[in-house]
Design a protein around this ligand. Structure first.
Ligand code: SF4
Ligand code: SF4
Length: 290
């Protein structure tokens, strides 16, 4: 008997969010739950070239609302300041970072770069719990204190930041958000409930290895999307530029099923929702990243 599975498709409508995966899977820490399976490798070949960024920014990007710089850890990229300058000429820029490489010297440079344009930088800091023990258990020892320190300096220099938190133990999202607000208030730091994005644990990459999870096979069906607003999916309005080509969304940059082509121009507009992550994404009924 032949088994066939036809996945529903999400079509790109407008390219509003453009992601540059600057450092591929190179990171200065190795979180237990990293869905990208990042490791400490700063070889030049891991970095997206500035020429590639320049070429992409030459495309017709009329619908663009925001550029995201991500990794791995984007601050490992040796040319991040130049790339940031180029991107800020086009739109506001969010830098998704673990926050551990941000010191006063770097933040001062970021502020100077921001002051050169009318667009704004948003630093998206990863913090997975409002208690130091729980956060550092999954990330690395000392990360919690470094993120609080980075937030303090960012606030002093007037650079906006927000938080992204992976819900490690499937806790109540309101409890998590209120915990973060109390934590930041105790440190005299501005943080609003709307400044916190909670992500589900994506059971891929390091997490799958660490917890010995083999591939699960749950697929999105046409029944699942019957009354579902597809517009909330990141892949409806985003694309990710990586050293390996163009991908549908940040969650799938390590998965060949997320690859849409070699260049932005030649990439398919259609994304087939055939992965377990797509299934989780649709069930979640909220944007994963944007
Ligand atoms: S989750 Fe983020 S900070 Fe942690 S290893 Fe992966 S890329 Fe690095
Ligand atoms: S994981 Fe979500 S955003 Fe990414 S391609 Fe699948 S449905 Fe789209």
């Amino acid at each position: 008997m032949q088994l066939t599975y036809k996945a529903p498709c999400a079509k790109l409508v407008k390219l509003e969010n453009l992601w540059f995966q600057l450092s591929n899977v190179a990171c200065n820490i190795k979180c237990k739950h990293c869905y990208l399976d990042c490791y400490q490798n700063t070889k030049k070949k891991n970095f997206l070239s500035i020429d590639k960024v320049i070429n992409i920014l030459k495309f017709n990007l009329n619908d663009l609302k925001r550029i995201y710089l991500t990794g791995g850890e984007p601050f490992l990229h040796p040319k991040i300041n130049d790339i940031l300058r180029l991107c800020l000429q086009k739109s506001n820029v969010t830098i998704c970072t673990n926050g551990t490489l941000l010191n006063e010297k770097k933040i001062k440079v970021l502020k100077n770069i921001e002051d050169e344009t009318h667009n704004k930088i948003l630093i998206r800091l990863s913090l997975d719990h409002f208690t130091e023990g729980r956060n550092d258990e999954y990330r690395a020892r000392g990360v919690f204190k470094k993120v609080i320190n980075a937030s303090t300096i960012l606030q002093r220099y007037g650079i906006k930041y927000d938080l992204i938190c992976v819900n490690l133990k499937n806790e109540d999202e309101n409890i998590l958000k209120n915990g973060f607000v109390s934590l930041f208030t105790r440190h005299k730091l501005n943080l609003d409930l709307n400044d916190i994005k909670i992500l589900p644990m994506l059971k891929m990459g390091n997490y799958a290895k660490y917890y010995n999870i083999s591939e699960i096979h749950k697929h999105v069906t046409f029944e699942d999307i019957k009354n579902f607003d597809m517009e909330i999916l990141d892949c409806k309005n985003s694309r990710v530029v990586t050293i390996n080509g163009i991908y549908s969304c940040p969650a799938l940059v390590n998965d060949p099923r997320g690859k849409l082509g070699e260049t932005l121009q030649d990439s398919s507009c259609n994304v087939y929702l055939e992965t377990q992550t797509c299934f989780d994404c649709v069930k979640r009924q909220d944007k994963l990243f944007g």
